[in-house]
Write a protein that binds this ligand. Sequence first.
Ligand SMILES: Cc1cc2nc3c(=O)[nH]c(=O)nc-3n(C[C@H](O)[C@H](O)[C@H](O)COP(=O)(O)OP(=O)(O)OC[C@H]3O[C@@H](n4cnc5c(N)ncnc54)[C@H](O)[C@@H]3O)c2cc1C
Length: 389
Amino acid sequence: MAKFQGVDYYSIDGLLSEEELLARNTIREFVDESILPIIEKHNRAGTFPLDLVPKMAGLGMFGATLPPKYGCAGMNNVAYGLVMQELERGDSAIRSFASVQSALVMYPIFTFGSDKQKDMWLPKLATGEKIGCFGLTEPDFGSNPGGMITRAVETPDGYVLNGAKMWITNGTIADVAVVWAKLNGVVTGFLVEKGTRGFSAPEMRGKHSLRASVTSELIFEDVHIPKESRLPGGTGLKLPLSCLSQARYGIAWGAVGAAMACYDAALNYARTRIQFDKPIASFQLTQMRLVHMVTEITKAQLLCLQLGRLKDAGKARFQQVSLAKRNNVYHALEIAREARGILGANGILDEYPVMRHAANLESVITYEGTHEMHTLIVGEDITGIPAYA
Ligand SMILES: Cc1cc2nc3c(=O)[nH]c(=O)nc-3n(C[C@H](O)[C@H](O)[C@H](O)COP(=O)(O)OP(=O)(O)OC[C@H]3O[C@@H](n4cnc5c(N)ncnc54)[C@H](O)[C@@H]3O)c2cc1C
């Protein structure tokens, strides 16, 4: 297959700094050399390529925007976004791993953790020596996490946790879980280590989407944890929601990567596939589909870039992140389906990346806030009227 040349219809590369381009190009190469050759095998087997973790860490992608003091790369948000874009061009499962480790585990420890928790966990999470997961969703509480049942009760020497989480990325392979539970009725964050008595994390099987990602239940049965394992920097649902906002930012970029992979595959195929004695790219209907794809990719790229610039200036609002996640994932999924159509029967084969991306994006449009929840977030922002219940 021809080497990926990027999709840059509006010369957006010209708006990027040298550091940002370097970060993007480094991960682009990593994806070509280390992810694309192995991803179909893992997707088929339903396994995550754990052996890639040290290499990913070496490229600075875990906690990439956090300070070098903890062994992190200290990138700006645009460079981090470009890293997520390239990773998801490889596969949403690989980007999900990096998103969870960075935005849902390292970010809350950095933002709400004690100095001791930061010193203990951040350097090891940055090197990939330790893996983390984020437990918010429960079997009966997804879009409405505030209703969670998982409870923490204070004891003289710490806390006892009871409850269950579901759909937790990296759960089974995680050394530490950032767990959200109600303490005296208030959502509070705890760090629960693998191997703690009463804590188990069985893997969920049977997924048709994000197959190369580990997804797990977290079960807490009278789990005793010490006082120091609580995140001391605040309480309330706004804490986990602020972590999700970090992760959604990365997803907005990541979706562009998945869309670019599908567009690239469709364009190359359309140029070479002959029907009625002509390449199918010569038919007006095919051109219309390709033009729609490149238009939506270009719009999504510009959305991400401006969102990243706002974030670097400390001005990005969570509602703006919602708009970008909502738009970019929706259009990436639409592009994946269109690309599948252009490839005809070949579109369903794993010789091409399209069907894998389409299936993955079905998860991406649901997790980190469903498409509908982001609609309601932006709807409330522009009207001033909440419409959730
Ligand atoms: C592969 C995968 C990995 C995941 N990883 C994690 C993780 O690491 N950590 C974690 O905590 N969670 C994780 N999740 C869970 C994910 O965040 C939830 O699935 C998501 O929040 C939606 O919850 P739900 O599936 O329970 O759907 P529900 O909340 O039951 O929603 C079902 C449908 O109803 C709609 N709906 C709900 N409420 C409203 C409303 N008020 N108005 C209109 N429509 C509404 C939704 O939009 C959706 O279409 C993951 C999920 C998947 C699929």
